[in-house]
Write a protein that binds this ligand. Structure first.
Ligand code: G6P
Length: 481
């Protein structure tokens, strides 16, 4: 009997979602389109070189798809039933971990049924990765939906080098310790050789949780993890701040059609003197309500006039079957309606609210049209929109107002920093941004751009993969010696 071809991906990425979206064409039938997202773009060349595979969910319940090739990457779909989407994705991932890790801005719900589904689905992802990785290969697990995968993989395939990157915040121990499964999650993550976080503070919170819960020794970025045979190994837990594919934003910003579109957007808003912009997934972590409150009060106080200043708020639909998201949408839409009702004139609107998602071209046109970008997150792992705005402003104009609670604040000190809980402070910051002279805008924007050009998503993925390579070499040396 002949064995099926040996699985042989030297690099396997495991993420909740595949890097493609399912599209149905009227003529050609169903097919796949590459999803936007910087991670996908950054990893594409690496994946081609390494005979890479990507394990992920196709994004819809109950579709069984065989593995297939897509633009140089072997895609391995993991099917989820409608019930698993509800319990593992909407429940445990987005109604427990998401609010808990974002400092309980919304109340996390702890349900044993969700946890059981989370364990089961994590096992399925781990099995799929174990089935496709080459002997001695590297697996890179992404994000909070898959925190148990590193340990499951290590047990199944001790030959692999395993990385995990946490795209969202890791909370302070006082909050983390609410989690009924706090030990299991730490043990799950510590299955990785390299555990990456957005900020130094996240890595610190993680190390503290490990010390308090598991009593393991930690020293700077190293964690001593006991092995079943009584020996120990070293896991690296440190910050690798993620970024965007800066070059593609710079190219788009140079395009004549996109510049023309930016002018058209200004025109269609009635050519206000200043356009303020917010771009977020419709999520309670983004501080949209706080932003609307500050903006509404400035209109109310008469410090800005609806004829002169317009706020464009793009809120892209997200996790629409999770209760907290439905509630948030109602609240935001009520607030927008009230502010517009009180202040709009026939020719000018206070807030142009768009509950839609747009292609990158349109986003860059919006960035170019906006005098002030408002990033007012109450808690955010990184916030790539802040970086996208900066990358697009090749003209060195525009002002970024940035929450201290977004990871991006660590790298972008030249933004106007705000505490979104302080409405008075946010109002003052918005006024300062609106009134900022061109010379100061230029000084700040140049400093911001330098950061985003230096650290793009390719630099990020390279530094993570380099750290994994170091871990792999150390592992080999240990095995040999
Ligand atoms: C955040 C998470 C990602 C997630 C994205 C969109 O950025 O860190 O893991 O994919 O939100 O959310 P969704 O639930 O639609 O995948």
């Amino acid at each position: 009997m002949t064995e099926p071809a040996a699985p042989a991906a030297e690099l396997v990425v495991v993420a909740n979602r595949l890097p493609v979206d399912r599209v149905v064409d009227a003529v050609e039938g169903p097919g796949w389109r590459r999803s936007p997202g910087g991670l996908v773009t950054a990893l594409e060349p690496v994946m081609r070189r390494a005979d890479g595979a990507w394990v992920g969910w196709p994004g819809q319940p109950d579709i069984e798809v065989e593995p297939f090739e897509f633009e140089g990457t072997h895609l391995v779909p993991v099917a989820l039933s409608a019930e698993e989407v509800e319990l593992y994705y909407e429940g445990m991932s987005n109604d427990t971990f998401w609010p808990l890790y974002h400092d309980v801005i919304a109340a996390p719900r702890y349900r044993r049924l969700w946890w059981d589904a989370y364990v089961k689905v994590n096992r399925r992802f781990a099995d799929a990765a174990a089935g496709v990785a080459a002997e001695g290969g590297t697996v890179w697990v992404q994000d909070y939906q898959l925190q148990l995968v590193p340990q499951m993989l290590r047990e199944a395939r001790p030959d692999l080098t395993i990385g995990y990157f946490h795209h969202i915040p890791f909370p302070a121990y006082g909050l983390y310790s609410q989690l009924p499964w706090r030990r299991q999650v730490l043990e799950g993550l510590l299955g990785a050789d390299v555990i990456g976080f957005q900020r130094v503070a996240d890595a610190g919170n993680f190390a503290r949780a490990v010390r308090r819960q598991l009593r393991y020794q930690t020293k700077a970025t190293g964690i001593t993890v006991p092995e079943p045979d009584g020996s120990t190994r070293n896991a690296l837990a440190r910050a690798f701040p993620i970024s965007i594919d800066t070059g593609s934003y710079i190219e788009l910003a140079a395009r004549a059609d996109i510049r023309a579109r930016a002018a058209e957007i200004r025109e269609s808003l009635g050519n206000p003197k200043k356009i303020l912009l917010g771009v977020d997934r419709l999520d309670y972590t983004k501080g949209i309500r706080h932003r609307l409150k500050a903006f509404g009060e400035l209109l109310e106080d008469g410090r800005i006039d609806v004829e002169d200043v317009t706020l464009v708020q793009v809120a892209s639909p997200s996790r629409e079957r999770v209760e907290a998201y439905m509630q948030l949408r109602d609240e935001i839409e009520l607030t927008v309606g009230r502010i517009n009702g009180d202040h709009d004139t026939m020719g000018h609107t206070a807030i142009r609210y768009l509950h839609q998602a747009y292609p990158r071209e349109e986003m860059v046109a919006l960035f170019l049209a906006a005098d002030v970008m408002l990033v007012t997150a109450l808690r955010d792992g990184m916030n790539l929109v802040a970086k996208e705005y900066v990358a697009s402003r090749t003209d060195n104009r525009g002002v970024l107002v940035l929450s201290e609670f977004a990871g991006a604040a660590d790298e972008l000190p030249s933004a106007i920093r705000i505490n979104p809980h302080d409405i008075h402070g946010m109002k003052e910051a918005i006024m300062r941004a609106i009134e900022m002279p061109a010379a100061e805008q230029g000084r700040r924007m140049r400093a911001l751009r330098k950061k985003v050009i230096e650290n793009d998503v390719a630099t990020w993925s390279r530094s993570f993969l380099d750290a994994l390579e170091v871990a792999r070499t150390a592992k080999r040396a240990k095995q040999a010696g």
